[in-house]
Design a protein around this ligand. Structure first.
Ligand code: COI
Length: 371
């Protein structure tokens, strides 16, 4: 039996007109639905007090452990409305499994897959009016015609205690936010700054965990990228600054002129992205050989200049598949191909979205119906 997530309805939901105005142009991560799922864990009682409650602020003691020692993890997944009005999740079992791995690394309690899914099912059911409509289908569908309900499950140390040890009180919450493309300009090739000043994670660190600290560590590097006119930062490995790891919140892929689809191998310091994994499985359907291996920064830049790297793209739940047009570092700028969205990048992106929105057959069994 999973935890019960009974609904305590919000007595003041957003007026319909306001909700519809948000759904017409949701942006990314700026508006939230009427409810949230919550549960509490204590060392003595395990998980309890689970419910779907009105969306609203937490009241936290200033000594709450997460504010001091960042014992926190999160996930990101989306609910998609299909043309027949049904609502689906994409590989939520993978998010549940990664949340459990992150919990282990951050010494937080594991929320079972069953309870994780129960919290999401109950929240989506309560806020189904907030799931954006299915985008129009058809060959002329623009690349950025993508809207969904972004779900953000997270867990944090909510015990008020200043000693450094694993908290004995933990709060789990899932919020939901109607979302369009992650990048404000929509799906256009982005520019990437290769940071040699900052690294994201080192061997034995938290790089594979989805925890706020990794994203906090990326922010100053993201600012560095912005001062060089770039949209995103690319991190190299911490030991040698010589191998490509990932971007500030996304994995990265190369498409080569000899039909390989290459992504950095999971070294323990790279996030095990669900989209990354799905693309590896899709590669052969596109006539590409999937390869996970170390990629040298120099190899990448020389490959772009010689044309061996034909396309480059970022991927993640939020970014889906986002083309990369240019790479920059202290030595100069390297344009990938024509600098425009490559054919394979566009085809992979379309295929993933087609499966997610029910426009293509789900041959891998990746979709899970919620409503
Ligand atoms: C996601 O892709 O869901 C993430 O959590 C990454 C963040 C950049 C939004």
């Amino acid at each position: 039996m999973s935890l019960p997530f009974d609904l305590r309805p919000n007595p003041h939901p957003r007026p319909t007109a306001e909700r519809e105005a948000i759904l017409a142009a949701p942006g990314f991560g700026v508006s939230f639905t009427d409810h949230m799922a919550v549960a509490t864990w204590t060392g003595a009682d395990g998980w309890h007090d689970s419910a779907v409650v009105p969306y609203g602020p937490f009241s936290l003691d200033p000594a709450t452990a997460v504010l001091h020692y960042a014992q926190e993890i999160f996930e990101g997944l989306k609910a998609y409305k299909h043309a027949d009005g049904s609502v689906w999740l994409f590989r939520p079992d993978q998010n549940a499994a990664r949340l459990a791995r992150s919990a282990h690394r951050l010494a937080l309690p594991v929320l079972s897959e069953e309870d994780f899914l129960a919290s999401i099912d109950a929240l989506v059911a309560a806020d189904v009016a907030w799931v954006p409509s299915a985008p129009a289908s058809g060959a002329s569908m623009p690349l950025d015609n993508e809207q969904s309900l972004y779900l953000r499950p997270f867990m944090f140390a909510s015990e008020a205690f200043l000693g450094v040890r694993a908290a004995q009180r933990v709060t789990y919450c899932c919020i939901a936010s109607p979302a369009g493309p992650y990048f404000a300009r929509g799906v256009h090739p982005v520019s990437i700054w290769i940071s040699t000043t900052y690294t994201r994670a080192a061997a034995g660190g938290m790089g594979a965990a989805k925890t706020g600290g990794n994203y906090a560590a990326s922010l100053v590097a993201q600012q560095e990228a912005a001062t060089h006119g770039c949209d995103q930062v690319m991190f190299a490995d911490a030991a040698e600054h010589a191998y490509v790891e990932e971007l500030g919140g996304m994995n990265v892929y190369l498409v080569t002129s000899d039909a390989e689809l290459i992504t950095p191998e999971l070294s323990g310091s790279i996030l095990e992205g669900v989209t990354r994994d799905s693309i590896l499985s899709l590669a052969r359907e596109f006539g590409l050989t999937p390869v996970e291996r170390r990629i040298g920064v120099t190899e990448l830049l020389e490959g772009i200049d010689s044309g061996w790297v034909a396309e480059l793209f970022a991927c993640g739940t939020a970014a889906v598949v986002t083309p990369i047009g240019t790479l920059k570092n202290e030595q100069g700028t390297h344009q990938v191909g024509s600098g425009q969205t490559g054919e394979t990048t566009a085809a992979l992106r379309k295929n993933l979205l087609d499966v997610q929105y029910g426009r293509a057959e789900d041959t891998h069994g990746w979709l899970r119906r919620v409503l």
